[in-house]
Design a binder for this molecule. Structure first.
Ligand SMILES: C[S@@+](CC[C@H](N)C(=O)[O-])C[C@H]1O[C@@H](n2cnc3c(N)ncnc32)[C@H](O)[C@@H]1O
Length: 237
């Protein structure tokens, strides 16, 4: 993601953030809740659901400030990957034992086949795959780096749920089950690159998974987001 995002999260961690991190789509703007999104430890039913579906060694992709890695490393070997140096440094500072710089869309050149039992990617960064083809490639890469009994958990906003259209940056797509989200971050007057997320329904995810070695084992909706946000558990055949 863009530098303003990384800097704001790092500054927040250091207690040096004086201005909000803004999420923008042209004139539409909202404060991005850094503490709530990146520094609140997973807990309760949501965590139990993850724990029941993930095992180690675990790969945490787009690990942010490491809130999941900090919990899972207590139980299993956990490798936390971030594209941003600031966030890798932030994770290490927070106690993440194995935080590395890497690109979740270039996993085959980073990790050997069967290296992990499970993969976790929480934060809708899967949508940065950009297309159904990109999603299929990502799922293929996840299958490559996981064991034959591997599992994965990914998340997304569901375009088939009405409330998804209210998301900042939402753009419709005529194809059922697909949409776009386009937005950028602004911090201390600096704007980042425009981020293009593709939004997939669970059925589209099932379709993309076909032939990659994964099947959709479970879909969990959040009650807090009018059902538009979901997590999907993948298993190997
Ligand atoms: C919304 S945050 C989620 C952070 C964390 N998983 C959490 O739940 O708190 C998405 C993260 O994905 C990271 N990211 C984006 N593109 C990436 C890529 N190509 N490879 C690795 N990480 C990436 C961003 O830097 C950002 O920290």
């Amino acid at each position: 993601m863009s530098d303003p995002f990384d800097r704001a999260v790092r500054d927040h961690h250091r207690g040096e953030r004086e201005t909000p991190l803004l999420q923008r789509d042209g004139d539409r703007v909202r404060d991005h809740p850094i503490e709530e999104f990146y520094f609140t430890a997973p807990a309760g039913e949501g965590l139990e659901w993850l724990e029941a579906r993930l095992d180690g060694p675990l790969l945490d992709l787009g690990a942010g400030a490491g809130r999941h890695a900090l919990v899972f490393q207590e139980r299993v070997e956990t490798v936390a990957v971030e594209v941003s140096d600031h966030l890798v440094a932030t994770m290490r500072d927070r106690g993440v034992e194995d935080a590395r710089r890497g690109d979740m869309f270039d996993l085959r050149s980073t990790f050997k086949r069967d290296r992990f039992r499970s993969v976790l990617a929480i934060g809708t960064q899967t949508g940065l795959a950009g297309s159904m083809r990109g999603l299929r490639e990502l799922l293929g890469d996840l299958a490559f780096v996981t064991t034959p009994d591997g599992t994965a958990v990914l998340d997304c906003y569901d375009p088939t749920v009405e409330a998804t259209a209210d998301l900042l940056g939402h753009r419709t797509d005529p194809t059922p089950g697909l949409a776009h989200r386009v937005m950028y971050f602004e911090y201390e007057g600096e704007t980042g690159d425009v981020l293009h997320f593709r939004l997939f329904s669970p059925d589209r995810l099932r379709e993309a998974a076909a032939g990659t070695g994964w099947t959709v084992a479970d879909v969990r909706r959040s009650g807090e987001e009018d059902g538009r946000y979901y997590r999907v558990a993948l298993e190997k055949r």
